[in-house]
Design a protein around this ligand. Sequence first.
Ligand code: FEO
Length: 403
Amino acid sequence: MYNIQTIAPDIVYVGASDRRLAKFENLFPIPRGVSYNSYVILDEKTALMDTADVSVGAQFLENVAAALNGRGLDYLVIDHMEPDHAAMIEAVLLRWPGVQIVCNAKTVPMLKAFFPGDTAAIDAALLVKEGDTLELGKHSLSFVMAPMVHWPEVMMAFDTATGTLFSADAFGTFGALGGSLFADEVNFERDWLDDARRYYANIVGKYGVQVQNVLKKAAGLAIQTIAPLHGPIWRKDLAWFLGKYDLWSRWEAEDKGVVVLYGSLYGNTASAAEAVAAQLGARGVANVKVLDLSVADVSEAVSECWRASTIVLASPTYNGGLYPPVAALLDDLQSLGLQNRTFALIENGSWAPMSARLMSAKLEGLKNCTVLETKLTVRGALNAAQDADVAALADAVAQTVKA
Ligand code: FEO
């Protein structure tokens, strides 16, 4: 059965949600599923704004046909070529053979690589660049290039008639959509913000500079609605979500707060990390979050590093190196280019603790990040004789968020 909704005058949502996929990109756990958003504009000309993942392909095609209601499809606008949105391009070309692809020059080699059998349609594509417009009738699409947010060919399309920005992956989030498509129809801050941050940090996080460039362009548009390729659509409180993106893309902490991230084989490093967290609480530091890196997915830990201003890392020494889940997190933080954070370290080593030095070495490459001199060294198990050490570390960490 088709499942479509009109989201703005002449603009119909034709996307669909996947609640069965375990891992997005076969990498990021998505227990709440994910939506693949797509939109049809019905005007003198008709346009389809991106396609969808193959997993929802049948539903998507049924939705597009229902939205068109017997009309032909004039344009397929391709804002992004990643297969979660581009997988159904060939199916659209086959079903609506008269359709013309609208994309930019960087999209063409990707189209030819992914769809080598569709050369004729690709060669007939209408190529657009920054500021070009596509007239549909009452609606006019103005194109905004968004290179490396997070692929090179990414662009956005702004419908001047309704003020709708088709924003590609930007402003997207993990999570399947229910019948309520709009962010103002769900409790976004309570139920979606963590997944939105996790999506941003892990998928787009490396490209903050490019996101900042797009935000500057967006500031010049009279945006009424943001229609991303994943998750809820925004038509209210845009400034609130734009503000989150501004912070995230400048690698500025969302909260002046602390997250404690630990690895622990037998619970002794965990015990030390929990002791420090408790002492932070005792010092009035609110909302201290603690994650076991062997239990929490690394993408959740990355997201918390985007949220909090101070990060306490605790690692056993393992084979003369770092405990693997801690090393994996630090590798991710390096590749995503986290900046502007304070780190505090807890190391454990039953006979030769080395993990603080090893964590410091990995953190050296992070721009504008500080490692507190005060650290906690555990030899096997924390004991009462180290109360003062725990207190000293808690004092130092608390100072970073109270200053
Ligand atoms: Fe949702 Fe970059 O694809």
